[in-house]
Design a protein around this ligand. Structure first.
Ligand code: HEC
Length: 318
């Protein structure tokens, strides 16, 4: 028994040392033991010290005991026995109270009258731990009923919607404050010469390798036609450049290399290439893009052959 307590004390001390170190030393997601292997050494020292203390205390105990007179020894032994006996008395009492079981020798007090082919039934009290749990659940149900069905408390859905609204407001506030913040929702087509030239510089530096310097297409699709795999218009093109194309196709996300403003420039430049005639254009890929915001006054459809048509749309400038 004594040894068990020594082992428990020492393990507790080691565990405490580890927990304290984890709480006080900043190591991110990793454990202290991974980041500072020297900590193993510290633990080793603590372990040795703890063992030394346990051993010395035990030895001291023994020496004192030996120095006692036989009468005193008996008194000491008796005191220790009482202490041992009462050590877990509180736990044991609580445990017994929570079960409220009749001791087996008193079972005849609660045995019921009937007898089913020799099988008899005891009328035990309900175990208090269960009974109190039951009462607690009744109280909980009452509060729940009142809160959500009588006083219309916020449901999970309401809470979720409130949180989303809060987060949206925070995003809006952030966009207001971050001057020049551009994303796929707020981007506008730029047409100024300076902007287009800035876009052109980015395009020839980063994009021409795959899309050709004139946008005619190579590894990447033709950017001058009206057909888009990932959607045309400034918002879609901005989004494609920022987030990349379909996985494995070769068009990577550029948002880590280019600032939002630069993506807006190069996207505007790409759109300025529309309807130009590249040297060696790639076949159109994707779908014909019609700007959903465009006010179309007239649509002309011409059949070229059984597989293709040409669509011309015009609208009057205000
Ligand atoms: C490594 C080659 C490569 C580079 C470099 C590259 N692209 Fe692409 N790009 C592609 C490929 C391949 C696709 C087709 C993606 C798909 O099919 O999902 C594509 C698609 C696109 C699209 C959409 C076309 C459509 O039809 O929807 C745009 C716009 C685009 N790229 C612009 C750019 C811009 C701007 C740059 C430079 C910042 C760039 N690309 C750099 C290979 C490249």
């Amino acid at each position: 028994m004594k040894n068990t307590f020594s082992v428990l004390r020492i393990s507790g001390l080691i565990a405490l040392a580890i927990i304290l170190a984890e709480l006080t030393i900043e190591t991110g997601d990793q454990s202290v033991l991974e980041v500072y292997p020297i900590f193993w050494l510290v633990l080793g020292v603590i372990l040795l010290l703890a063992i030394a203390i346990e051993v010395s205390v035990a030895a001291l105990d023994k020496t004192l005991y030996m120095s006692l007179k036989p009468d005193d020894r008996a008194a000491y032994d008796a005191a220790v026995a009482v202490r041992e006996k009462n050590r877990f008395a509180w736990f044991k009492e609580t445990y017994d109270k929570l079960l409220d079981k009749k001791p087996i020798e008193n079972e005849d007090e609660i045995i019921l009258d009937h007898n089913y082919d020799g099988i008899k039934e005891l009328d035990n009290n309900l175990p208090p731990w269960w009974l109190y749990g039951f009462y607690a659940s009744i109280i909980f149900a009452g509060i729940y009923l009142a809160r959500y069905h009588v006083f219309d408390g916020a449901t999970q859905k309401d809470e979720y919607l409130a949180e989303v609204a809060e987060a949206k407001a925070a995003v809006e506030a952030y966009k207001e404050n971050a001057k020049g913040f551009i994303d796929a929702n707020t981007v506008e087509l730029l047409t100024g010469t300076e902007d287009i030239n800035a876009g052109k510089a980015i395009f020839s530096g980063n994009c021409a390798a795959c899309h050709k310097i004139d946008g005619g297409g190579g590894i990447g699709p033709n950017l001058t036609d009206s057909y888009w795999i990932l959607g045309g218009g400034i918002k879609n093109v901005f989004n494609t450049i920022s987030e990349g194309g379909r996985a494995g196709k070769g068009m990577v996300s550029w948002k880590t290399d280019l600032k939002p403003e630069e993506i807006a420039h190069v996207a505007s430049y790409v759109l300025s290439l529309h309807s130009t005639t590249p040297l060696d254009p790639k076949e159109p890929e994707g779908e014909l893009w019609v700007d959903p915001d465009a006010r179309v006054d007239e649509v002309k459809v011409e059949t070229i052959d059984s597989a293709s048509i040409e669509i011309e749309m015009s609208y009057e400038e205000e």
